[in-house]
Ligand binder design. Sequence first.
Ligand SMILES: Cc1ncc(COP(=O)(O)O)c(C=O)c1O
Length: 376
Amino acid sequence: MELVKAADALQAQGKPVIHLSIGEPDFPMPEPVEQALIQAVSAHKTRYTAALGLPELREAISRHYEQQFKVRVPAHQIVITSGASAALMFACLALINRTDKVLLTDPGYPCNKTFVQMAGGVPDFVQTHEAQNFQPSWADLREQWTRHTAGVLLASPNNPTGTQLNAQSMKDIVHGVNTLGGFVIVDEIYQSLCYDQPAQSVLQLTGAPSDRMPVVVINSFSKYFGMTGLRLGWMVVPDTLLPAIERFAQNLSICPNTPAQWAALACFTPETLAICEERRQIFKARRDFMVTSLPKAGIELHSTPDSAFYIYAKSPYDSERYCKDLLEQALVCAVPGKDFSEFRGSEMMRLSYANSMDNLKTAIERIRLFNKGQLP
Ligand SMILES: Cc1ncc(COP(=O)(O)O)c(C=O)c1O
C-alpha cells in the first residue's frame, strides 16, 4: 500500500493519476439506504444496540438467505458486526487456540494472516494456481493438513483474484475438513458481485451451521451495498459458538454502528436491490472491457476473473518495480502482488476496475503505451 500513498502524493501535486488500486465500489451508498440513515440519525437512533445486533436486521438477513439462496438460516445464528473485519476477528478468536495452524490461501486477503495471529494461531499458506483460478482443491488442503491444523479460512469470491470456488470444490472441502474435525470459515463479502453465474453461498451446500457442520460464514454491507465507511457486516455461526462470539462482541466493540444498522434495513428492499443490480451490470461491463483490453495492452491474464472487481494479472517484470514505474511514468496505480502473496507476489499484480469506464479506458491506453515504450 506504499504505492497508493505515493499515488496520492502525486495526485496532491495535481498529477492526473488513475487508481486501479481501489478496494471499494466507486458508487455512493444506494439512495434508499442514505435516506434511512438520515432518518435514523434524525430519530436519535444513536444509542447502543444489543451486542449481537439489531433483531430486525438479523431477521431481514435471515429472510434474505431464504429468498435469494433458498436456505433457512435462523435469525439467532446471524450476528451483526462492524464490517467483515470484526466478523473475521470474532470467528478467529472463537475458533483458534494458541499454536493452532490455520490454512489460508495464497494469494489472499492480507489481513487474514493478522486475524489468525491475533488469536494465537499460526497462518499456513496454501499456494493456489491460475489453472484452478487461484482457488484450492480439497487435495491441496489435505496435503498440507497436519495434526496441528485446526481449520481453513477461504474467500469465495476472493481478493485479489476475483475468482470463486466452484460448488463441487467447496462441497469437497467442507466435507473433507469436517471429517478431520476442523472448521471452515468462508468469507463471502463479494458474494453478489459475480458476473457469469448466479451468486452462491456455502450455506446452500451445508444448510445453517451446526455442531455437525462447523462452518462460519462472513459477509458485509461494504461491497455489494457500497457502504464501506458505515462499517457493517455479519456472520453466520453455529449455536455453540454464539456465547463466545457474544462475549467478544460485548468486550471488543459493544455493538455495531447503530444508525448504520437501521439504514441497512433498507438494503433488502426491491428499490435498493434494483440499484445494486444496475451497479452489478456496470461492474460486469467493466470486467468484460478489462479482460479483453489488458492482453491487447501487453498484460497477460492466466485466470478468469468472474467476480468482485479485481483482476490478478501477470506483471511484465518484477511487479514491485513495474507498478512503481507504471505509476511514475504512466500515472496508473496498480498493486504489486507481494501485498497478497508470499509465494509468487513478485510475478503478479492486482488491478481493480472500481473506477469509471472513461478512467479505465484512459488507464488501458496509458498501460499499452508504457509497455510499448511509446509514452509521450
Ligand atoms: C476478502 C475481504 N474480506 C474482508 C474485507 C473487510 O471488509 P469490511 O469493510 O466489511 O470490514 C475485505 C476488504 O477489502 C476483503 O477484501
